[in-house]
Design a protein around this ligand. Structure first.
Ligand SMILES: NC(=O)c1ccc[n+]([C@@H]2O[C@H](COP(=O)([O-])OP(=O)(O)OC[C@H]3O[C@@H](n4cnc5c(N)ncnc54)[C@H](O)[C@@H]3O)[C@@H](O)[C@H]2O)c1
Length: 418
């Protein structure tokens, strides 16, 4: 639980010179020493902030987290320092719930936790626990010391390409850690789980749109490890009164419409990055431009089609899932818009949102990329009354861009403010 983040960062693998995304690629021009220096400074700042955060949690109504309180739901959010997790924490706090974040900060941002603590600084609202879900003693301690009612399990490594290069890391981080978490929940009798799954568990379906009944035949360790975690949850729930909801997300984009949070992928993760981060990096000049792999697919404009779901809508689906979870049952839902958008359309929307004429090169197809992926979200509409609201791509990207422009280096660490 007390692993030094400094030690961990030094051991992290270095960026490779050529980076790729689904259907896209781009090159990098930054000197490595510059990036390493930035990472070291960020690590030191993170260590200081974590120390301060821990002090403030400990002295500020920590007791409240260990007791049940009538009318207050205490939700454990794993990976709450990450992109989606932090947005979920914001919504949980806004709705009056009590939140404990557990995160090892391997990927997320302590700055996002600080923003949330500033917004909801009252006693018993939000606490941050620095721990790795692979550390079963730390996970047991967490449940023993806190009166948790429900778990939203976001924490994961989540890049398809990285999973191909480091498969065991994915089976450990996703499958094995979910088992550790599940066993701790069972032992401490925590009976509600909302699980972050992915459309990658479907692999390359023959028919579109993808429904929840589409066969799951994942084709990479990321999708496979998520499917294994899903299977464990389903098998356990069959034998118990746990209430579980499995949400299979499509491509998540956007950021808090009020600009309090954003997507701040770390520079060292750019090699595995996602399309919105890459477009914004190109618009900021952090990378020279975008290389779209494949312009001769059998699609409306020749580029790949994907289903982009706004993070605020996704979080809303989690709240509906929490509300409708039933003991002894597993609900499985696709979370997407049901509308396919081409890479070319996405890039054009990004150019309008940023006002930058991003340099784009169209290359040959990349083996293994599939032409079209989009969801059928009718089950979640029918059963949970959820539907995507933020479907104007230009608007969603404009909001996300405003945050990114205001925070070109990601979250600022607010040491003086705490
Ligand atoms: N972003 C997407 O488009 C997308 C699509 C489908 C599914 N998902 C799923 O959503 C979840 C959240 O994704 P995200 O985009 O917010 O990723 P993210 O990297 O921004 O957040 C993940 C968080 O989990 C933490 N974490 C990772 N391993 C941990 C461990 N062993 N112990 C404690 N904390 C750990 C990281 O530090 C990070 O803060 C993941 O489970 C991912 O598979 C994401």
């Amino acid at each position: 639980m007390q692993v030094s983040p400094l030690t961990r960062r030094r051991n992290q693998s270095r960026a490779t010179p050529s980076w790729s995304l689904t259907g896209m690629d781009y090159g990098v021009s930054r000197p490595r020493s510059h990036v390493v220096a930035k990472v070291v400074v960020a690590a030191i700042m993170t260590a200081i902030c974590m120390f301060i955060l821990r002090q403030s949690s400990a002295s500020d109504g920590h007791d409240l987290f260990s007791k049940r309180e009538e009318g207050v739901m205490h939700v454990l959010v794993t990976g709450g320092a990450g992109f989606i997790g932090s947005h979920a924490v914001l919504r949980l706090l806004t709705d009056g719930h009590r939140v404990t974040i557990v995160d090892n900060l391997s990927r997320g941002n302590i700055g996002a936790v600080q923003v949330l603590q500033q917004l909801y600084s009252g006693p018993g609202r939000l606490q941050f626990v620095y721990a790795d879900l692979g550390d079963s003693k730390a996970v047991h301690d967490l449940f023993a010391k806190n009166a948790i009612d429900a778990v939203m399990h976001f924490a994961a490594v989540a890049y398809v390409g990285e999973s191909m290069a480091e498969p065991l890391r994915y089976y450990h981080n996703i499958t094995s850690n979910t088992l550790t978490l599940l066993k701790a929940m069972v032992y401490h009798q925590v009976k509600t789980l909302i699980y972050s799954s992915t459309c990658a568990t479907y692999g390359e379906p023959e028919r579109m749109p993808i429904t929840e009944d589409t066969p799951q035949v994942p084709i990479n360790p990321y999708g496979k490890s998520k499917k294994m975690a899903e299977d464990m949850i389903r098998d356990y729930v069959r034998t118990s009164d746990m209430a579980a909801m499995i949400l299979r997300y499509f491509n998540v984009i956007g950021s808090d419409p009020e600009g309090r949070l954003g997507e701040a992928p770390r520079p060292e993760l750019r090699p595995h990055g996602r399309i919105s981060g890459a477009c914004f990096d190109a618009a900021m000049g952090a990378i020279p431009g975008l290389q779209v792999k494949g312009s001769d697919y059998d699609t409306k404009d020749g580029t790949c089609i994907r289903d982009y779901i706004h993070v605020t809508d996704l979080v809303d689906a989690h709240m509906k899932a929490l509300e409708h979870a039933v003991p002894g049952k597993v609900g499985i839902y696709n979370v997407g818009t049901g509308r396919g958008v081409s890479v070319k359309e996405f890039v054009e929307a990004c150019k309008i949102a940023t006002g930058v004429n991003i340099n784009v090169r169209y290359l040959d197809q990349r083996p293994g990329d599939y032409a079209e992926v989009f969801s059928d979200p009718s089950k979640i509409f029918r059963e949970l009354n959820w539907t995507a609201k933020y479907t104007d791509l230009k608007e969603s990207l404009s909001t996300a861009w405003r945050w990114r422009e205001a925070n070109p280096n990601g979250y600022r660490l607010l040491i003086a403010a705490i």
